[in-house]
Design a protein. Structure first.
Length: 377
């Protein structure tokens, strides 16, 4: 019976060790991820290392795709990521990226993009965003957007309330930008980016819903209708003053924070990184995490967002699942230690019984010898 119990304890030890060996890698990764869950840069590093470990050619493939799409900025971001990960790229590939970047940075390209952004309000790169922000700083862009959407509102037609609210907020912020001599610049750029991303149809559904609620709260609809009814892009200063009167600054805290975070992404990682963030982030908290990621990773940010998507901003695996791996590892450890305890107890009991039996045999032998001696005497 004792041998059977000892055998069961040894079998339990072997099973616990086997289960622990299987669970340990998952538990270790889960612990590392949970420890980094509040640090977007550290979390992104873990994910990127895993992705590139499974497919080292992913960076060069994405560079080729970006060049084919005419996106030198994204290709440059992947080059920066390759350098960070110590991944060697071919000389021909890096030369093509440098040539594409030089072309898009040329004076002709910048002038064309600036003019397009200033007139249409559509931003797709640094040049066009510079033109868009310039237009908004001179109130032309925001007045244009408010008047256009406001006319739809007055006529009872479909109105983009989000663009309307963002443009109205932009007019109020523009005044603050001038007063602070550019101190509110990132906020101004952030509002422009959100507005233009919405107009381009690239804003995530979650942000559309959230920003729609926020902008409705910050705009006095009756006052805005009156301002739009008498406003005109031909009288931008007068119209801007009337529209600013419809803006409720006390209700704009959340919208301002989001715009600031978008502006931080743009400053740290570039305009297109900010646009990519607005495409994948679903709420203000994720935009704030994107701002921290951009400030830590700089030019690598677009490549990280391209490879990980929304997973760069939050845990892709639920905290519960990660915790279960850790719990499983603790159970395996508990089973292992319990088996060691049981083996120790069984072995000790066996050894004590063996010693006791040996002593009894000696005593019996001594008694038999003593009895034999007495009989002979």
């Amino acid at each position: 019976m004792n041998g059977v119990r000892l055998s069961f304890a040894v079998a339990g030890l072997a099973m616990s060790a086997a289960i622990g060996a299987v669970i340990w890698p998952h538990a270790r990764d889960a612990g590392t991820i949970l420890a980094a869950r509040d640090d977007p840069a550290a979390l992104a590093d873990l994910r990127i290392n895993s992705v590139l470990r499974n497919n080292p050619a992913l960076i060069s493939d994405n560079i080729e795709a970006a060049l084919a799409a005419g996106d030198a900025d994204l290709a440059t971001s992947f080059v920066a990521l390759a350098a960070e990960q110590d991944i060697a790229l071919g000389d021909d590939l890096t030369r093509r990226v440098d040539d594409a970047r030089a072309e898009q940075s040329s004076t002709t390209h910048f002038a064309k993009g600036f003019a397009t952004g200033f007139v249409t309000g559509n931003a797709d790169d640094v040049a066009s965003l510079s033109g868009t922000v310039a237009g908004d700083l001179f109130v032309f862009g925001d007045v244009r957007d408010v008047v256009r959407e406001g006319k739809h509102l007055v006529m009872g037609e479909d109105t983009d309330q989000l663009v309307l609210g963002l443009a109205a907020a932009g007019l109020a912020v523009t005044a603050a930008t001038y007063v602070s001599v550019g101190g509110a610049g990132p906020l101004r750029a952030g509002l422009t980016l959100v507005k233009d991303t919405r107009k381009a149809g690239r804003l995530s559904e979650g942000l559309i819903e959230w920003a729609g609620r926020s902008t409705r709260e910050v705009v006095d609809q009756p006052a805005l209708r009156e301002a739009v009814a008498t406003g005109s892009v031909l009288r931008p200063a007068e119209t801007a003053t009337a529209i600013r009167a419809a803006f409720r600054a006390e209700k704009a805290g959340a919208l301002v924070r989001v715009a600031k975070d978008v502006g931080r992404v743009g400053e740290a990682a570039g305009i297109r990184a900010a646009r990519d963030t607005l495409k994948v982030a679903e709420n203000p908290q994720e935009i704030a995490r994107a701002a921290r990621l951009a400030e830590a990773k700089g030019g690598q940010t677009r490549a990280i967002l391209k490879l990980l998507g929304r997973g760069a901003l939050l845990l892709a695996v639920g905290t519960f699942n990660l915790t279960m791996w850790l719990f499983g590892a603790l159970l395996a450890l508990f089973g292992f230690l319990s088996s060691i305890k049981a083996i120790t107890e069984r072995a000790t009991a066996w050894w004590l019984r063996r010693g006791k039996a040996r002593r009894l045999r000696w005593q019996m032998c001594a008694q038999v010898a003593l009895a034999g001696s007495a009989a002979q005497g």
